[in-house]
Design a protein around this ligand. Structure first.
Ligand SMILES: O=C(O)CCC(=O)C(=O)O
Ligand SMILES: [Fe+2]
Length: 210
């Protein structure tokens, strides 16, 4: 059943990628070949968002862009996905028996920014438990992802918008920067804690002095 789901979502993703290629006036299998999707990596992520009494104070899944090139998302009919659009978070309404399609970073690179990787996050709600399943598709790990020279040339751009990077390096870089960010936040919390303790002590000394 799981293998079947993986195969079927891969077929849908392949068709969408072909349509995207064609929409740019490229050969249908241009992106498929450029990202070596025959050997592309694929993963399945399930997310569980329990009901939360104060949804405005909590975040289910922090904002991010997916690492691959395309994600097919489905959920148990409770909305919760938000997408960053024109600097504002926009809620996306779930549709029964349908996929929400999220384009990701590698699509942005290969199309030289014609298609954008969407920044998104998962919100919690008060009433219901939300479940979502993301079927994430990416290039083969050894692919050097580069903007399409055809698009750069056609647009008469003097320079490409993105430099080329091996997908494995990108994957590791993104993972590491998330870890670094977590570490930085932990250190910041630590510093605030120490500062608060010093402040309380200083106030105590001050109170006794007056
Ligand atoms: O649950 C959602 O709506 C978002 C899930 C997601 O972004 C992910 O799994 O990468
Ligand atoms: Fe995501």
């Amino acid at each position: 059943m799981r293998v079947d789901y993986a195969q079927k979502t891969r077929q849908v993703a392949t068709k969408l990628v072909m349509a995207i290629s064609e929409s740019l006036g490229l050969e249908a299998n241009y992106i498929h070949k450029a990202l070596d999707l025959e050997n592309g990596v694929q993963s399945l992520q399930s997310n569980c968002y329990p009901p939360c009494p104060q949804p405005d104070l909590a975040m289910g899944l922090p904002y991010h862009a997916d690492r691959g090139h395309i994600t097919l998302l489905t959920d148990n009919d409770f909305s919760g996905l938000q997408v960053l659009h024109n600097h504002k978070w926009v809620s996306v309404t779930s549709i029964s028996n349908a996929f929400l399609v999220i384009l990701a970073d590698q699509m942005q690179i290969v199309t030289n920014g014609k298609y954008k990787g969407a920044m998104h996050r998962g919100r919690v709600n008060k009433e219901s438990k939300r479940l979502s399943i993301a079927s994430l598709h990416g290039p083969a790990f050894d692919t050097v992802v580069a903007r399409s020279p055809e698009l750069v040339e056609r647009d008469g751009q003097a320079r490409p918008l993105y430099s080329s990077i091996k997908f494995r390096d990108y994957f590791e870089l993104q993972h590491r920067s998330r870890m670094d960010l977590t570490q930085e936040l932990l250190e910041m919390i630590d510093n605030i804690h120490t500062f608060a303790k010093k402040l309380v002590k200083a106030l105590y000394v001050f109170e006794r002095a007056i």
